[in-house]
Design a protein around this ligand. Structure first.
Ligand SMILES: [Zn+2]
Length: 122
């Protein structure tokens, strides 16, 4: 009874978001266990990581758009896509900027990955 799985991800620890990528479950933060059923000792951890995330967002003022030519071109095609919701677009553009941050450029593989998500499905 103490190991009740998380109700959001069902214990998988990761959930698929609306454009087919998986991400760490926001409910259990990757523990796979239902937080309220598993006691309070995890609460501090959860709070800490949440706090750290919002701190990072607040202190690092990020550009709202990619800066590399490939990133700008890709983000523009995301923005002009007719198949994505505004939420998905914002998320993809954020991913493009994150990708730039991490790699210093936009890889062809990443371009393809994003383009697949903004293309109308047949
Ligand atoms: Zn979960």
């Amino acid at each position: 009874m103490s190991e009740e799985p998380c109700g959001i991800c069902g214990g998988d620890r990761r959930i698929a978001n609306s454009f087919g990528l998986t991400t760490t479950c926001p409910s259990c933060h990757g523990s796979g266990r239902r937080a309220e059923a598993h006691g309070f000792h995890d609460v501090t951890k959860t709070k800490e990581s949440h706090h750290r995330q919002s701190n990072r967002a607040a202190t690092v003022v990020k550009a709202q758009f990619p800066v590399t030519p490939a990133g700008i071109a890709l983000a523009t095609s995301v923005r002009d896509s007719t198949v994505c919701t505004a939420e998905v677009k914002a998320r993809l553009i954020q991913e493009i900027m994150d990708h730039e941050d991490r790699h210093g450029l936009i890889t062809k593989t990443f371009v393809k990955k994003v383009q697949q998500q903004i293309r109308p499905r047949a």
